[in-house]
Design a protein around this ligand. Structure first.
Ligand code: SF4
Length: 326
């Protein structure tokens, strides 16, 4: 056998493996950089964290909360201002919950933490008949415990791991089933009025958090230990968004950006805009309302194939020459 050719054959797969490893490490670093940047942007846009803050990071053992803690730690190390992080997990005594996973991980990472044990699972089982949805009582109990722990720890902020698609999904749930224009706030005062809750991952798509969790090999704890069925309506909305993502590139991003570009004068909420007091200004405004013409949104073409989609300016143009009575 030709030793050279033998050497080449044996080295090729190893070389290929190393190339793949390097590539994946590079992609991992790129992803981390992007997620850190987006989180930093959201934190700054909504004034989520200030100097001297003690941020309680709620850690469930799911991919989102692991990513939240990990990214906030990176930001903390780089931030020009000083703030503290403390991870908190509520062990709700769900059957099969691996109680050692989070403490082991947090110790290994050197993160200060507190594990709070409260058997809310038993309370929920006792109070909710079989077959009924348990989530609302469960989350109410969990909220109460976390607020108490935040007070005990002197936390000035409570950070949750909700991401862009949670926010958008909630928006459509409220729109379709609640008849309200309302999403999930990036920063809010808790319902007991005593805490400020922040969502630093507000700008991050869920798919990126999935990839991040794989790259970082977080020790994920399954989220179905309570045996509760996933909310069917939320699931349908998630499927709708996933379908849009697949068939209409850019639509989900546009819908999300729209949440930060609201025009109260063009909605119908009288508490947000003084319609009765509206008067002509007497000043022409080239950027002003075109009144009778359809806006670009209502002229959105049906984009069965994104590669043949009409560009927005063309859609706007065709809308403008449409007769008013049409
Ligand atoms: S899915 Fe289970 S743990 Fe989560 S809120 Fe519902 S009942 Fe509670």
């Amino acid at each position: 056998m030709n030793p050279l050719s033998a050497g080449t054959c044996a080295a090729a797969p190893a070389g290929e493996g190393r190339r793949r490893q390097r590539r994946s490490a590079f992609e991992g670093r790129k992803l981390e950089k992007r997620l850190v940047r987006l989180t930093g942007q959201a934190v700054s846009d909504y004034g989520m964290i200030g100097a001297g803050d003690r941020v309680m990071v709620c850690l469930s053992g799911g991919k989102d909360s692991y990513a939240l803690l990990d990214i906030l730690r990176i930001l903390r190390a780089r931030a020009p201002l000083s703030f503290e992080l403390i991870a908190v997990n509520l062990d709700q005594k769900q059957p099969g919950f691996p109680a050692n996973v989070l403490p082991d991980y947090l110790r290994e990472q050197g993160v200060p933490f507190r594990i709070e044990t409260q058997d809310t699972y038993a309370i929920v089982r006792r109070l909710i008949p079989d077959g009924k949805t348990t989530c609302s009582l469960c989350s109410r109990l969990r909220r109460g415990v976390l607020y108490r722990v935040a007070s005990e720890l002197g936390a000035t902020k409570i950070a949750l791991g909700h991401h862009r698609d949670d926010i958008l999904g909630t928006f459509f749930l409220n729109l379709f089933y609640g008849g309200r224009i309302k999403a999930m706030a990036p920063k809010l005062v808790s319902d007991d009025g005593r805490h400020v809750v922040i969502r630093p991952l507000a700008y991050i798509p869920e798919a990126d958090l999935e990839r991040y969790a794989q790259t970082k090999r977080f020790p994920i704890i399954p989220c179905n230990l309570c045996g509760s069925q996933e909310n069917l309506k939320r699931k349908q909305v998630q499927q709708m968004l996933a379908e849009w993502q697949r068939r209409f590139p850019g639509r989900v991003e546009n819908a999300f950006h729209a949440l930060a570009r609201v025009t109260p004068s063009h909605l119908l909420d009288r508490s947000l805009f003084d319609f009765p007091g509206l008067q002509p200004t007497g000043i022409a405004d080239p950027e002003g309302d075109i009144a009778f013409d359809e806006g670009p949104a209502s002229a959105e073409p049906a984009q069965a194939d994104p590669s043949t989609a009409e560009p927005p300016h063309a859609a706007l143009g065709s809308a403008r020459i449409r007769p008013i009575a049409e």
